[in-house]
Design a protein around this ligand. Structure first.
Ligand code: NAD
Length: 362
């Protein structure tokens, strides 16, 4: 199989973890006889510095003209004081919108060998295997108006929570399709006791759910969902929710496993390529030191192979290699307990590649 991948290293540790991911892709290509070609694009701080904008048009064009997009991370203190439209995050929101990536998938899987890294009790976390499906291009983050106003009695502010029914339908369908490939349960999270938008969300969940009689649907209020994720996370399979609730719940869920450095994500849905990235940021505190955990980005590559290229055996091979490396006791600083030996980014990457090369394939 031949695939063209747009690579956006970004800022901070982005270029380091991306380098690891490319090496893993090359190892997979050689093992399974595929041809992956890479074209590089700029986004975020580096694009502001070199092109004067967080999202150059050339980046959008390159992404559209490829089969998948792999992103490191963007941002850092250097750009923190710029005005809103010039911030690195604007580039991130902009590329998601430009590619119409309305569904953000964040799997949270507890690795048995990392249970001690979680702040929760082992028995609560062991066996957690859930997927948060967050609506990514609508809701409060995009609705207009979004502004400060001077009113006769003083300053006021407005953000707008706006959804078209069709936007809710398409994200629901993604969630039900994913649940069919998993344990066949969807938890739709809303605030239907208060918000009109949530009442429509719930109606649409019911309507789409009726087309998937093999999948169990339950509704949960967002405040309860936040509590249940900590109390009993094993009850969840696929959790589908709107943009802002998903932003918050997915970060909460990420901590079940103990480290941001372990968690991949996929943003999909448009007609063009999907975008794959670790959920962590640019970690300026450890950037350039060969200390970053590359596993979240490596696992994002596995998601790209599975969801954009339908290469599930290759994706399984990467995920199994990561599990084996962890079972063998290899750790980067973020997931090491006191006294455990700590590997550098490049050493951890080599361990994963060794396991890919050794894997027995069908
Ligand atoms: P962060 O995720 O960058 O870092 C939080 C903590 O986790 C830091 O101590 C960091 O060292 C550690 N960490 C993160 N990833 C790690 C990895 N792979 N290996 C080892 N340790 C890791 O979050 P932050 O500090 O809040 O944000 C830093 C910058 O990143 C900010 O400019 C922020 O806007 C940006 N950011 C970008 C994205 C993105 O690109 N998608 C996401 C979140 C934050």
């Amino acid at each position: 199989m031949k695939k063209k991948i747009t690579v956006i290293p970004g800022d901070g540790i982005g270029p380091e973890v991306i380098k690891s991911a490319i090496k893993v892709l090359e190892a997979v290509a050689s093992k399974f006889n595929h041809e992956f070609t890479f074209q590089y694009a700029k986004l975020g701080g580096v694009a502001i510095d070199e092109e004067g904008t967080p999202l150059p048009q050339s980046t959008i064009d390159l992404c559209k003209n490829s089969d998948g997009v792999l992103l490191g991370a963007v941002g850092g203190p250097k750009w923190d004081t710029l005005p809103g439209h010039m911030r690195p995050e604007k580039g991130l929101l902009g590329i998601r919108k430009a590619l119409n990536l309305y569904a953000n998938l964040r799997p949270v899987t507890a690795h048995n060998s990392l249970l001690d890294a979680s702040t929760l009790k082992k028995e609560v976390v062991a066996g957690v295997d859930l997927m948060i499906v967050r609506e990514l291009t609508g809701g409060l983050y995009f609705g207009q108006p979004q502004e400060r106003r001077q009113e006769p009695d003083g300053e006021a502010v407005v953000d707008t929570l706006y959804y078209k029914k069709s936007e809710i339908e398409r994200i629901m369908k993604q969630a039900f399709e994913l649940a069919r490939l998993r344990r066949k349960k969807v938890t739709s999270v809303d605030k239907a006791n208060v918000l009109e938008s949530s009442r429509l969300w719930r109606e649409v969940a019911e309507a789409v759910g009726s087309e998937y009689p093999d999948v169990q649907l339950e509704h949960m209020l967002v405040d309860n969902a936040a509590m249940q994720l900590i109390r009993n996370p094993k009850q969840f399979d696929v959790v589908v929710t709107e943009n802002m609730f998903g932003d918050i719940l997915s970060d909460e869920a990420s901590m079940l496993t103990g480290s941001l450095g372990m968690l991949p994500s996929a943003s999909i849905g448009g007609e063009g390529p999907g975008l794959y990235e670790p959920i962590h940021g640019s970690a300026p505190d450890i950037a350039g030191k060969n200390l970053a955990n590359p596993l979240a980005t490596i696992l994002s590559v596995a998601m790209m192979l599975r969801y954009s290229f339908q290469l599930s055996e290759e994706a399984d091979t990467i995920e199994t290699a990561v599990t084996k490396v962890l079972e063998a006791g290899y750790r980067t600083g973020d997931i090491a307990l006191n006294g455990e030996q700590v590997l550098k980014t490049e050493e951890m990457t080599e361990k994963v590649i060794d396991n890919i090369q050794l894997a027995v394939t069908n």
